[in-house]
Design a protein around this ligand. Structure first.
Ligand SMILES: NC(=O)c1ccc[n+]([C@@H]2O[C@H](COP(=O)([O-])OP(=O)(O)OC[C@H]3O[C@@H](n4cnc5c(N)ncnc54)[C@H](OP(=O)(O)O)[C@@H]3O)[C@@H](O)[C@H]2O)c1
Length: 290
């Protein structure tokens, strides 16, 4: 069943008024996309929905939505998805409509009520970090993982029309991809917070000073892979330096634990790249293993 008559743009509705909803509303409008048309934005708070609805696009409260048609994007907090899906399942649904959330963590079972009603469901997870005031560009030139109960070719087409790449995933792959995204994005920020804390006594903007180092490291990872990009005391087998670092942070349990865990990961990577001899590995293991 198609989502719209031939040659007609697919009507899209967004539920939510947060970062992702705002960016998506802008993207569907901005990229001009001949195949898709944003009809409405609904949210718990109609004023917030109105703020992100582009000119000419209807807005209101979630309760104002009367019929499920085209693509309904559910861009709300993860925990709110099942209840919202259950209330949407009480509405009449036009043939071929598709309800789609944007969460990386929630699977399709989060929309069980809709599935039980016979509505097609999917997730359209942008591998992106959306800041406050996220704009349409956040959907451009990224990867978007798609998990769907049916084939959902419209979602792949939408990703392409955003200038992004769709990746079809299974439920298990989606969960793992989200886990990787948490390490790569959220915990990268945590790591930089640790870097800030490690030199909190220095009266300087340490994060700025580290910026070229961070950028070069990321470039190296993408040019040569994590093995060759690893530099520093662990990769050289400098146990003495590691020992003095641990001494420096001995009164800070959190920094010490993080240093050891990350040091173990670095040690495994250096070891698998064949860069350390047996004695170096033993000396580092003695310092880093808990
Ligand atoms: N932020 C990211 O970097 C990112 C990246 C990829 C995917 N996602 C996914 O995108 C989705 C939205 O995330 P976000 O970052 O846009 O969140 P957000 O900025 O915190 O916004 C959350 C939205 O959910 C609404 N909401 C919460 N509980 C609700 C309920 N019970 N009923 C109706 N609406 C409710 C909020 O409404 P109020 O304004 O009324 O509170 C708000 O509009 C999530 O599934 C998230 O996992 C986020």
């Amino acid at each position: 069943m198609s989502l719209a008559a031939e040659n007609e743009a697919i009507p899209c509705t967004i539920i939510g008024s947060g970062r992702v909803a705002a960016s998506l509303a802008g993207a569907v409008r901005l990229y001009g996309i001949p195949d898709f048309r944003l009809d409405a934005v609904y949210a718990r708070n109609s004023a917030r929905a109105a703020r992100i609805a582009p000119a000419g696009v209807q807005s209101g409260e979630v309760q104002d939505l009367e019929t499920l048609s085209g693509i309904i994007f559910i861009a709300v907090s993860d925990d709110a998805i099942p209840d919202l899906a259950a209330s949407l399942a009480k509405l009449p649904a036009e043939p071929g409509c598709l309800c789609c959330h944007l969460s990386g963590a929630v699977g399709l079972s989060g929309m069980l009520a809709l599935q039980q009603k016979g509505v097609d469901v999917a997730s359209f997870h942008p591998l992106q970090s959306f800041p406050e005031q996220a704009d349409a560009d956040c959907f451009n030139n990224i990867f978007i993982s798609i998990l769907a109960s049916g084939e959902a070719p419209a979602l792949s087409r939408l990703a392409e029309q955003f200038g992004s790449q769709a990746v079809m995933v299974t439920e298990a792959q989606k969960q793992k991809l989200h886990l990787s995204a948490v390490f790569a994005s959220n915990y990268l920020v945590s790591l930089l917070r640790l870097a800030e804390q490690a030199s909190k006594d220095i009266d300087a903007d340490v994060l700025q000073m580290l910026r070229p180092l961070i950028n070069t490291t990321l470039d190296n990872v993408y040019q040569t892979g994590t093995g060759a990009a690893l530099t520093g005391p662990v990769s050289r087998g400098d146990a003495g330096t590691v020992k003095s670092h641990l001494h420096l942070i001995q009164s800070d349990q959190k920094l010490t634990q993080a240093y050891r865990v990350l040091g173990c990961v670095a040690l495994e990577r250096a070891q698998s790249s064949g860069r350390l001899n047996h004695e170096q590995i033993k000396a580092l293991q003695k310092l880093l293993y808990l």
